[in-house]
Design a protein. Structure first.
Length: 141
């Protein structure tokens, strides 16, 4: 392996809206080709984190708990996933950026308490900005 050869990073997007997933797939393909994996709910997200050990997780807060379960407006299964990650010695240091449409000081504080790197409001941030932010945090090994 040469000095300039780098392992391709793996990014896991945990997001249940297909249109948003498609938008981020396009954005990531331009800068980080073949790096984005997707999970659509909390259960699948945890499985993929253990399976692929991503370099960084982009986590929506309002996601279903399991496949086929609808999302209730007050359900914040993203926080439950984060708490499970932080309890497990194998995943407690996983890099996480919250990627949500919830503008809440309380949620920001909780995300920070749970060790997230950033709290990004989707409606205020362009997809290519999320890609750049992801690159910045991956390079901070």
């Amino acid at each position: 392996m040469t000095k300039n050869t780098k392992k391709k990073p793996t990014i896991l997007l945990i997001e249940d809206h297909p249109d948003i997933v498609a938008m981020y797939r396009v954005a990531f393909e331009t800068k980080l080709k073949d790096t984005l994996q997707v999970a659509m709910d909390k259960e699948e997200g945890l499985e993929k984190i253990h399976e692929i050990k991503p370099d960084l997780v982009l986590l929506d807060l309002i996601i279903p708990e399991a496949k086929g379960e609808g999302v209730k407006p007050i359900s914040r299964h993203g926080f439950e996933l984060l708490k499970e990650l932080r309890k497990n010695p194998e995943t407690k240091k996983t890099k996480v950026i919250v990627l949500t449409n919830i503008e809440s000081t309380q949620d920001r504080k909780e995300a920070k308490r749970l060790g997230t790197l950033e709290y990004v409001v989707k409606s205020h941030t362009l997809p290519h900005e999320v890609v750049e932010l992801t690159i910045t945090h991956i390079e901070k090994e």
